[in-house]
Design a protein around this ligand. Structure first.
Ligand code: KIV
Ligand code: ZN
Length: 499
């Protein structure tokens, strides 16, 4: 019988720390529910002391999700631990995740402290957290660069103090797989009482080694892995959940398995990407658009003769089925509802009706509606609650003419119009928009992305702006890229106007 590797999902904590990927509580609950259906063992729901929003999300996720353990992060500080415990009060199965930096660099520069003092703080924090819950995970931040002998002393002490899980993060993504595997083995071999706790991996992808390091951890004694959907996370991200799940499923000889229902991987990946406005790179392992697209003649010939020639994973194992994708203007409510449910979305009847209306509008301008389009439509609800709305937009451009745009906005029920020129229709539209908004907004980043292929495709626009020293992110999606650009700008404006 294979040994189970526990999947600790931190999409809603480490993954959500990425600028521009923040989710509101309703969206976090939506993600938590699909993670539960996916079969994760632990959901790290947030860092309650960090903001009232995070605190509230941990409370609401604890109420909404009952199967996995709900975990809340804290520093090794009593007031953090109090807040984490308070946020977990409705959780059926709860864990406090507390910890402190243990590398010499963290000890000296972050804490201006000593190894002995850090060890004492770690032990105190674990004992304090154990007063609230039976399940306490300790993280030794920057364990990847921590001296093994000292790390073993810390791990031994926190297990004695009551830690049930010890997390060994490669916080900076620096370790080589051999080195990280050896670190886990060192702890297994040298820590007295190690059998009383689960060792957890937590790897970052700064050098592209997060998955390899996590696998090295598993092969050397770790029984929990900390991962995110699509590998989202700060900088280069965290270990991707789908990669570990599919590695262990495909390599049966490792003797390890997970409880992940792999057929749900693809829809969950798309849902998270969409809610976080974080595109999945086309060549991303397992869930990228091209992950199963064989384009060379030799490969296509081989796959047609027998898929196993070039495919090591059956696409159906991750929930990709060929005949599923397309809806058209003739598709009814039932087809739309079914396809949304496959994508992990179960709207109320009223919400389904409004998505259906938007679906028909889109189907008028685009022959085939695919999953990506549906996710954009299902996520469009957000803009309806905003103060600033686009009333109309007309932009003209072409060869030999100066592009010009006129725009109408509805700001809290009041109508405003303006017209402007620019070096292209997007520039003209944004210039017109600026005349109404009248704030010093600087566009820092502006990306236009198609969703699938073809000239009738929807364009997605991600925008980052700076206003009064703060950065705001906006998103727009439309078959008209000028409108999508304006929507993204308005999305940014709504964020600082409603702040
Ligand atoms: O990368 C890291 O060290 C972390 C800890 C807070 C667990 O995310
Ligand atoms: Zn991390």
């Amino acid at each position: 019988m294979d040994k189970k590797i526990f999947i600790f999902d931190t999409t809603l904590r480490d993954g959500e720390q990425v600028p521009g990927c923040q989710l509101n509580t309703v969206e976090k609950i939506q993600v938590a529910k699909v993670l539960e259906a996916l079969g994760v063992d632990v959901i790290e729901a947030g860092f309650p002391i960090s903001s009232p929003g995070d605190f509230n999300s941990v409370i609401e996720i604890s109420k909404a999700v009952k199967e996995p353990v709900i975990c809340a992060l804290s520093r090794a500080v009593e007031k953090d631990i109090d807040k984490a415990a308070e946020a977990l009060k409705f959780a059926e199965r709860k864990r406090i995740h507390t910890g402190i930096g243990t590398s010499d660099s963290h000890i000296k520069y972050k804490f201006n402290s000593t190894r002995e003092e850090i060890l004492e703080t770690a032990v105190k924090a674990v004992k304090y957290a154990r007063k609230y819950v039976d399940d306490v995970e300790f993280y030794a931040e920057d364990a990847g660069r921590t001296d093994n002998e000292y790390l073993a002393r810390v791990v031994e002490a926190v297990i004695k103090a009551g830690a049930t899980v010890v997390n060994i993060p490669d916080t900076t993504g620096y370790c080589l797989p051999e080195e990280y595997g050896a670190k886990i083995k060192y702890l297994c071999d040298h820590v007295e009482g190690i059998e009383n706790a689960i060792i957890s991996t937590h790897c970052h992808n700064d050098l592209g080694m997060a998955t390899a390091n996590t696998m090295a951890g598993i092969m050397n004694g770790a029984r929990q892995v900390e991962v995110t959907v699509n590998g989202v996370g700060e900088r280069a991200g965290n270990t991707a959940l789908e990669e570990i799940a599919m590695i262990l499923k495909s390599h049966k000889n490792t003797g390890y398995c997970t409880g992940i229902r792999t057929q749900k991987i693809y829809p969950v990946s798309r849902m998270v990407s969409n809610l976080m406005n974080m595109p999945v790179q086309p060549n991303k392992a397992i869930v990228g658009r091209n992950a199963f697209a064989h384009s060379s003649g030799i490969h296509q010939d081989g796959v047609l003769k027998n898929a196993s020639t070039y495919e090591i994973i059956d696409p159906r194992d991750i929930g990709l089925d060929d005949n599923s994708i397309v809806l058209t203007a003739r598709s009814g409510h039932a087809a739309l509802k079914y396809r949304l449910s496959v994508l992990g979305i179960t709207p109320s009847p009223e919400r389904l009706e409004s998505i259906y209306k938007e679906f028909l509008k889109l189907a008028d301008s685009k022959k085939e509606i695919n999953d990506e389009d549906l996710l954009v439509l299902a996520g469009a609800e957000r803009s309806e609650k905003c103060n600033v709305k686009l009333d109309f937009l007309q932009a003209t451009s072409g060869s030999g003419v100066r592009p010009v745009a006129s725009i109408g906005l509805d700001i809290a029920g009041e109508k405003f119009t303006a017209a402007a020129t620019g070096n292209g229709p997007v520039d003209a539209s944004i210039n017109a928009l600026k005349q109404i908004v009248k704030r010093k907004v600087i566009i820092k980043e502006f990306t236009i992305q198609n969703i699938t292929k073809g000239s009738d495709d929807m364009g997605k626009v991600h925008m980052q702006v700076e206003y009064e020293g703060h950065e705001y992110y906006g998103f727009g999606a439309n078959t008209d890229i000028v409108t999508a650009s304006v929507e993204a700008y308005i999305d940014c404006v709504n964020k600082f106007i409603t702040k």
